[in-house]
Design a protein around this ligand. Sequence first.
Ligand SMILES: NC(=O)c1ccc[n+]([C@@H]2O[C@H](COP(=O)([O-])OP(=O)(O)OC[C@H]3O[C@@H](n4cnc5c(N)ncnc54)[C@H](OP(=O)(O)O)[C@@H]3O)[C@@H](O)[C@H]2O)c1
Length: 308
Amino acid sequence: MAPVTVPTLKLNDGNEIPMLSYGFGTANFAGAEDDIKDKTVMAIKSGYYHLDCAECKPPISLLSCYMNESGVGAGIKASGVEREKLFVTTKVVGTKNQDVDAALDTSLKKLGLDYVDLYLLHVPFSAGGPEGTQNIWKQLEAVQESGKAKSIGVSNFMQDDLELIFKVAKITPAINQLEYHPYLQHGDLLDFNRKHGIAVAVYSPLSAITAARPGPVDEVYAELAKKYGVSESDVGLRWCLDQNIVTITTSSSKERLDGYMKNTFSFRLVPQEIERISELGKQKHYQGLGMAFMTKYYGNYKVEQEAA
Ligand SMILES: NC(=O)c1ccc[n+]([C@@H]2O[C@H](COP(=O)([O-])OP(=O)(O)OC[C@H]3O[C@@H](n4cnc5c(N)ncnc54)[C@H](OP(=O)(O)O)[C@@H]3O)[C@@H](O)[C@H]2O)c1
């Protein structure tokens, strides 16, 4: 397959992020090191130079990351692609009193890198309370200043979580990584992010095809796939990309990865088609189990406050 140049999005700090990313959570969670290494090589060789990782700190395991950062590191090395060409994201959970600099050092060691391109605060609720979250953000600012993270941002932040950060931030988050698909559009949240110069990245973009089927967008996905001669997944990814959203997917299949790379940049949805999917999607609500998982293992002060 001829190499495809993935378009980039300019962040508020001037850095550029590739719009399509390969993720190491979900299906790759806790994968065996050799398997993750092979998947990393496969993804990079298919043109996915933006890799989305995360630490997974105790109590889940004494290992770090989505429990596979070392495998990603081995894969990066084996791919032979120069470090500067890759865009590596990882995340810190942000538990109460967590030492962010030390967490990043652990991630860098596992990844075999001396910097990450993007470091994210994984969730807004695990730091024991609002001051804890603000404290973690200040520590992220410090690691950006140290040069160990080129850009910093957040993940799973709703409007009130962002407002909490704004009260103490010297640096505005460059990006907010959210679950997003037709059945979880978050009302005005994307506009709120952009109004404040925060780019939007999304995970689980294919939920309407994978976990939440059947549903009201099935027909329009099939119709548009036929019209453009692509797969329904390509339509699902394009619906995000056409909204200027950095889109994170994953796959164990080289065929699928090559297909996304070839097809999603070969067509565009017209505004009426984007709108049609959005409107139909609002008829159903679906959210994956990721946040319940994080809440179970790391705590959620918002839920605890509501229960009290
Ligand atoms: N920040 C956060 O809190 C957070 C949370 C969750 C995820 N993430 C990130 O986002 C990445 C992507 O998330 P995701 O896996 O939910 O993305 P997704 O793109 O919605 O789903 C990808 C999964 O769908 C499967 N799939 C694709 N097409 C299919 C089809 N036609 N039929 C059945 N299955 C199909 C793939 O399996 P195959 O292997 O068969 O292709 C793969 O496991 C994660 O790896 C992680 O890096 C971040």
